[in-house]
Design a protein around this ligand. Structure first.
Ligand SMILES: Nc1ncnc2c1ncn2[C@@H]1O[C@H](COP(=O)(O)OP(=O)(O)O)[C@@H](O)[C@H]1O
Ligand SMILES: [Mg+2]
Length: 455
């Protein structure tokens, strides 16, 4: 096993840190051979706030993945999230000498010119992603090398991050014993893992709903063409539930996962939850009312996603043909249905695809970004091995169909019924028909009242 064919994705999220080890074969196919996930420590809204704790968590996740794969790793592609990231699109131009073919150097020059846009000196460019090229006014060109023309233009999507948070991130990874091979925006990594071949021919919005952030990427014909990081995620739903129901965060997390839904209409109409708060008082809330607490938060996130896209590219339902939800937040029941209602587009939940090996272990949407980092690395590797004259790309380019992927799945609704499993001490689920006490009614009514103008 040659060392340069082993690639590591290190996804540093607010909820968990995941290391995925991949083996890239000569034909570009990828096998996942190791995985390690530990709870995230020292990260807030995507950025490092405690160096020691983050370093220790990274080390533990890497060790766990190394144990599974039996391979010792020394470098990694690392995900970047956080609202310190900025995205903008810049235009670049390169003049071509008359009667000469466009060369790779001309393409690089056009990208470099687009990159020369004045940026805040505190910002460091993470990606400069070339969109389609225009040669003498002719639009929609993917690979201009070898063409004739006198004027080569390109739009480049530039993603930058504040130097401080990026330096902290690098330092934690290095102190954990790994070299940073590359930084990759979270939404770019996730999109690389979840988009299928047909989505790579269209414009699709990828929404990775994590714990503290929701990372958004608009992919146009496989290229990241707009991105944003929204500092709200699934953990805010948990906090809302904990505050309103007066229960500990872990309990609120359990309640959310087992009984919560983003659309009250999808909640089990016959389910009542009996909740014992910290002072020992018992109240009841229906699964329907529980979901009425959850809905406004998810709707708020979707509203912010819509505002971002509308401002940068125009109305989302006009520019995109679908939405792919991923990340842990996409596992909440009803998020697809609410997204369909809010974006007026087909919506599906995206799971990592396009690889072999430990497919069952990294099959869920929570693994999208980590697996995406490895697939992204594989695409870079393939590109480096391409013969001269092939498509020329900037460092962040995510190419079209560099590995075989299954054809598009239907955009199916996600209607898994809630699982009522082991009961905890503070929250007990039972059928709604059980008579309510006066107290229970009061809490349910209070919640209803509180949200009546909001929902
Ligand atoms: N089964 C589930 N149902 C509802 N929410 C879930 C589920 N699994 C995970 N989540 C939520 O997903 C979020 C974590 O997503 P994840 O992608 O792992 O985050 P990050 O990448 O920020 O660490 C948390 O808010 C968690 O509550
Ligand atoms: Mg994440």
């Amino acid at each position: 096993m040659k060392d340069n064919l082993i690639t590591v994705g290190l996804d540093i999220g607010t909820t968990k840190i995941t290391t995925v080890i991949g083996e890239i074969a000569a034909d570009g196919s990828v096998d996942i051979i190791g995985e390690g996930t530990v709870p995230s420590e020292g990260i807030k809204r995507g950025a490092v706030v405690n160096l020691e704790r983050t370093t220790a968590a990274i080390r533990n996740s890497v060790l766990a993945a190394e144990r599974v794969s039996g391979v010792k790793v020394s470098q990694a592609f690392v995900s970047v999230a956080g609202n310190h990231t900025r995205a903008l699109t810049s235009h670049g131009l390169a003049a071509i000498r008359r009667s000469q073919e466009i060369t790779a150097a001309d393409v690089e020059r056009s990208i470099e010119n687009a990159r020369a846009v004045p940026l805040d000196p505190n910002l460091e460019v993470i990606h400069a992603i070339a969109q389609e090229y225009v040669v003498d006014g002719q639009e929609g060109i993917k690979s201009p090398v070898g063409m004739h023309g006198v004027r080569l233009e390109v739009d480049v999507h530039i993603v930058a991050g504040s130097a401080g948070p990026l330096a902290n991130l690098r330092r934690c990874v290095q102190e954990a014993g790994l070299q940073v091979r590359g930084l990759v925006l979270e939404s770019l990594a996730s999109g690389t893992a979840v988009l299928d071949a047909s989505e790579r021919d269209q414009t699709v919005v990828v929404i990775d709903m994590g714990g503290g952030t929701t990372d958004v990427g608009v992919f146009k014909r496989g290229n990241l063409s707009h991105s944003a990081c929204i500092p709200i995620g699934g953990d805010h739903v948990t906090t809302d539930l904990a505050q309103i129901l007066k229960i500990p965060l872990e309990e609120a997390e359990n309640v959310k996962r087992k009984y919560g839904a983003a659309l009250p209409e999808l909640a089990d109409p016959d389910l009542m939850l009996e909740i014992t708060n910290a002072s020992g008082a018992t109240h009841a809330i229906s699964a329907f009312d529980l979901s009425r607490i959850i809905k406004p938060r998810i709707a708020e996130i979707y509203g912010m996603v819509r505002d971002e896209i509308d401002a940068a590219l125009g109305p989302v339902e006009l520019i995109a043909s679908g939405v792919v939800l991923t990340g842990g937040g996409s596992l909440l029941r009803g998020v697809s249905e609410l997204a369909r209602e809010r974006f007026r587009l087909p919506v599906r939940v995206g799971r990592p695809r396009g690889f072999g090996g430990l497919t069952d272990i990294v099959a869920g949407p929570v693994h999208a970004a980590a697996v995406g980092l490895v697939l992204y690395a594989a695409e870079q590797q393939i590109r480096l091995n391409q013969p001269p004259g092939g498509p020329v790309v900037s460092p962040g380019w995510t190419g079209n169909g560099s590995q075989p992927r299954p054809v598009s799945e239907e955009f199916l609704p996600d209607l898994t019924p809630p699982q009522i499993e082991d009961e905890s001490k503070t929250v007990i689920a039972r059928p709604a028909k059980t008579p309510k006490t006066g107290d229970e009614k009061t809490l349910a009514d209070k919640v209803k009242n509180f949200f009546k103008d909001w929902i």
